[in-house]
Design a protein around this ligand. Structure first.
Ligand SMILES: [Zn+2]
Ligand SMILES: [Zn+2]
Length: 311
């Protein structure tokens, strides 16, 4: 999605050093591997304390926004006819998938299974949104093929989170709508199973609208539709309070933006930290969240509207 260019997930503080014996060992190994060439070893204790705060350049380049936040009438926040066309095609695809699910369920007198499949799709969509968000927050840059604009956009989002609330609907959703159209349409044409269709419609629908759910999580309660606030408060949609934690130090939690139902499990079990360790030791690629954030990455307040980010 073409958010702005922003985002930078600062680092993990010392309190975020993995606490399990295995991961703690890894943290120590990381430290010794990265500091011996840059700092004298004055004592063993110092070596252990330094973990993720080393200033050695990462193997990925931080994306630093070079311009300020867009004004509310900035063309980059406006929807184009191309954006609207992709959102319309995505909604049409979802509508026909839903119709096919209902028709199939009615013909086979099978309602329970498609509903359960839909619930699984709802949970999976939240998980996938978290995995994707974690990936583009931490790896690659604006020059990365296919995902470059997404990475740049999410980097900018961390710098100026409030701008997502000023982005027009189709502008915010068109990239996901295009992906959903291109992936769901073949399934819709080839598959007649109402259970599979039930899973696909809910999962794809939640993914396509995840950026809208994300935008609402940055909204001010008094300005959001009452139904949206009720769904957020009920945990059906990602809540404002939960997503605000993603925009606070250490900037490495609460990545899921559909319902947020997976966030607690992922964060408590340090799933993403474990994946980062595996990627680092297998590929030598360091996630952005391991680097100490520079001032250029700290969220700027919206001067025009100080109640800005999430409440
Ligand atoms: Zn993020
Ligand atoms: Zn956000």
């Amino acid at each position: 999605m073409s958010i702005l260019k922003q985002h930078r997930c600062p680092s993990r503080s010392l309190t975020h050093i993995p606490t399990s014996p295995r991961l703690h060992l890894v943290a120590r190994l990381t430290c010794s591997a990265t500091t011996t060439t840059t700092k004298p070893k004055s004592s063993q204790n110092q070596l252990v304390i330094e973990p993720r705060l080393e200033t050695k350049p990462d193997s990925i380049t931080p994306i630093i926004p070079s311009v300020g936040p867009p004004l509310s009438n900035d063309p980059s926040l406006q929807s184009t006819w191309s954006h609207r066309a992709w959102v319309a095609s995505g909604c049409t695809t979802l509508f026909f998938s839903l119709a096919k699910t209902v028709t199939g369920a009615a013909d086979t007198h099978m309602w329970f299974e498609p509903i359960v499949a839909g619930y699984v799709g709802y949970v999976l969509a939240d998980l996938l949104s978290g995995v994707y968000h974690w990936g583009i927050d931490n790896y690659g840059d604006a020059t990365t093929p296919i995902f470059g604009s997404q990475i740049e956009g999410f980097q900018g989002h961390h710098k100026w989170p409030w701008t997502i609330t000023r982005r027009q609907f189709a502008n915010n959703l068109h990239a996901l709508a295009r992906s959903i159209t291109l992936t769901v349409l073949p399934i819709e044409i080839l598959c007649n199973d109402p259970v599979i269709q039930g899973f696909v419609i809910v999962c794809a629908g939640c993914i396509m609208f995840s950026q809208q759910f994300h935008a609402w999580s940055h909204g001010t309660k008094s300005k959001l539709p009452p139904l949206v606030v009720a769904l957020q408060d009920a945990g059906v949609l990602v809540s404002r309070s939960q997503h605000s934690a993603h925009h606070r130090p250490p900037y490495n939690s609460n990545y899921c933006i559909v319902s947020g139902v997976c966030n607690e499990f992922l964060d408590k079990n340090k799933v993403f930290e474990a994946l980062e360790m595996i990627i680092f030791f297998k590929l030598g690629v360091r996630p952005r969240s391991w680097s100490e954030p520079g001032a250029e990455w700290i969220e700027e307040m919206d001067e025009a509207q100080s109640q800005v980010t999430v409440h």
